[in-house]
Design a protein around this ligand. Structure first.
Ligand SMILES: Cc1cc2nc3c(=O)[nH]c(=O)nc-3n(C[C@H](O)[C@H](O)[C@H](O)COP(=O)(O)OP(=O)(O)OC[C@H]3O[C@@H](n4cnc5c(N)ncnc54)[C@H](O)[C@@H]3O)c2cc1C
Length: 227
């Protein structure tokens, strides 16, 4: 039996490489002259730069994607930030939201918020209180918030517009592809449990050192040719 995969984007490449690794015969068909789908790079003659399209943010939580990069021998082409470090530009002022290496890891993040100068001291305290509340919430609590709006929930929990802009939206927009006003409270809260509370690395950035085509399409093609 031969398996046919239509489309050489990240999904098609991942399954084709997986099957090839398992020695299962498969044919990958791509209509465009390059692999990678929406995640690719091109050379821009004006700027003389290689420009990426798609997949701008890789974070520690992208576990399957990171595993795929390892499988196609491309993991060396990205650099992992060892701790959470997000440079945040607001009103022309650049401030890092940055965790610290404390023996008890969660304290490193608490300290990052205590030092986060885009927020007033009272806003930092309210933020910590709400994150603590989120850390204690169980799946059944989240289910009850399925129909509640995340923005309204944050407002109810004393989050100012400034805190929403400078903290909550920072994570929500890239992870959920939408503004907090359009997201359900259960999804929003779960995001912060996964990204900020349950793991030390989920919110850390990983930055490709090469263009997306070299990272994905070319590496997957090499892997398939040599497997
Ligand atoms: C501007 C932009 C920014 C993004 N930023 C991020 C980000 O920061 N983080 C993140 O995780 N994701 C990001 N994404 C999303 C991510 O790039 C996509 O989710 C991912 O690349 C989709 O992969 P896919 O394989 O599912 O689909 P696609 O990449 O769309 O692949 C589908 C492939 O199928 C091919 N195809 C279609 N029809 C046929 C046919 N009939 N015959 C043969 N081939 C066919 C297409 O040519 C294409 O190569 C971004 C996307 C864009 C466009």
């Amino acid at each position: 039996m031969k398996i046919i995969i239509i489309g050489g984007g990240v999904s098609g490449l991942a399954i084709s490489c997986k099957l090839a690794k398992e020695k299962i015969d498969n044919l990958l068909i791509e209509k465009r002259p390059f692999l990678g789908g929406r995640a690719y790079s091109f050379y821009d003659n004006n700027s003389k730069e290689e420009i990426d399209n798609g997949q701008h943010v890789i974070v520690g939580a992208c576990k399957e994607f990171i595993k795929f990069l390892s499988e196609i021998n491309s993991i060396e082409k990205i650099s992992f930030e060892k701790k959470l470090r997000i440079p945040v530009l607001n009103k022309n002022k650049l401030v890092n939201l940055q965790s610290h290496n404390f023996p008890i890891k969660i304290l490193g993040k608490v300290f990052s918020i205590l030092q986060y100068k885009h927020l007033k001291v009272r806003e930092r305290m309210n933020l910590l209180k709400t994150l603590y509340k989120i850390s204690k919430m169980k799946p059944k609590d989240l289910k009850e918030l399925d129909n509640e709006n995340f923005y309204k929930w944050l407002k109810k929990n004393n989050q100012s517009t400034n805190t929403i802009d400078c903290f909550w939206e920072l994570f929500a927009i890239p992870a959920l592809n939408d503004e907090i006003k359009n997201v359900s409270a259960s999804i929003g809260i779960r995001l912060f449990q996964v990204a900020f509370i349950e793991s030390d690395i989920n919110a850390n950035f990983a930055i490709p050192n090469v263009g997306l085509t070299k990272l994905l399409g070319d590496s997957a093609e090499n892997f398939l040719k040599n497997t």
